[in-house]
Design a protein around this ligand. Structure first.
Ligand code: ADP
Ligand code: ADP
Length: 223
């Protein structure tokens, strides 16, 4: 994915100054920065969920700029902040929603198997309502549902938000497994040390501007 001069505004307020942003094949790219830095806005601009300018190309072709459904059908899939799962529905129903476009039974089963392989706990909770699960399990479900759509790139908005360190580690490790299997990932995170362990590159935002592009190999870990 290659974004050039991508910017975004809410009404008259520019929330993201023009930035260039790249995700190479098989890369995991972290987007870091404090609250209000513009991280979520960057994801929304890529997806066309907010008024934006500039260009985004994905797998060699321009992404439509004002058509989130068309962007999703190109395989650009978001796990939103707050997860976006349906609390009163079961785990199974939430997962099925992720693959609602898919008719092929074998392909559907293949995707379920992959999700259960990555998140075995979901398999034990299929009939349970999503809202009755722990925050960590809900986040696993949100990622599982996104995977049911067979993404070509996965964007995640602070998957660790509100989660305990141990379940955060578990989820981030699984993102690493997914990435090493070839899936490009854009990971918006406030937990910079953990994100830098997985990332090939990190973009640091502050007050709606890109302030640094970080090579994680050059950052010393102190934890
Ligand atoms: P984040 O963790 O991405 O910083 P925020 O707390 O900024 O999340 O935003 C939470 C929700 O409130 C989002 O849906 C966002 O679009 C909305 N929001 C944030 N700031 C404003 C604002 N100044 N005016 C209106 N809505 C806002
Ligand atoms: P981050 O994800 O880094 O916390 P955001 O992208 O959510 O930051 O927000 C960037 C800026 O845009 C903040 O100043 C925030 O208040 C503002 N903002 C976010 N969402 C909205 C919205 N829906 N309406 C107006 N302003 C918003």
């Amino acid at each position: 994915m290659e974004a050039r001069n991508l910017s975004a505004r809410y009404g008259q307020v520019q929330a993201l100054a023009p930035i260039d942003f790249q995700v190479g094949a098989g890369e995991l790219v972290a987007v870091l920065g404090p609250n209000g830095a513009g991280k979520s806005t960057l994801l929304r601009a890529i997806l066309g969920l907010v008024t934006n300018a500039g260009e985004v190309a994905f797998m060699g072709a321009a992404l439509p700029r004002r058509n989130p459904v068309a962007v999703a059908s190109r395989g650009v899939v978001l796990v939103p902040e707050g997860r976006g799962i349906f609390g009163p529905m079961t785990v199974m129903e939430n997962l099925e929603l992720g693959a609602y476009r898919l008719k092929d039974r074998h392909e559907r089963q293949r995707r379920f198997d992959r999700v259960f392989e990555l998140f075995p706990r979901l398999k034990e909770r299929l009939g349970q309502t999503a809202g009755s699960m722990s925050g960590g399990e809900q986040q696993m479900l949100a990622i599982g549902r996104a995977l049911m759509a067979d993404p070509k790139i996965l964007l995640l908005d602070e998957p660790s938000l509100g989660l305990a360190p141990r379940v955060t580690d578990e989820i981030l490790e699984t993102l690493g497994v997914l990435n090493r299997s070839g899936l490009p990932v854009v990971l918006v995170e406030q937990r910079a040390p953990q994100a830098l362990k997985l990332a090939h590159r990190a973009y640091l935002l502050s007050l709606g501007r890109l302030v640094a592009v970080i090579d994680p190999r050059e950052v010393q870990s102190h934890d």
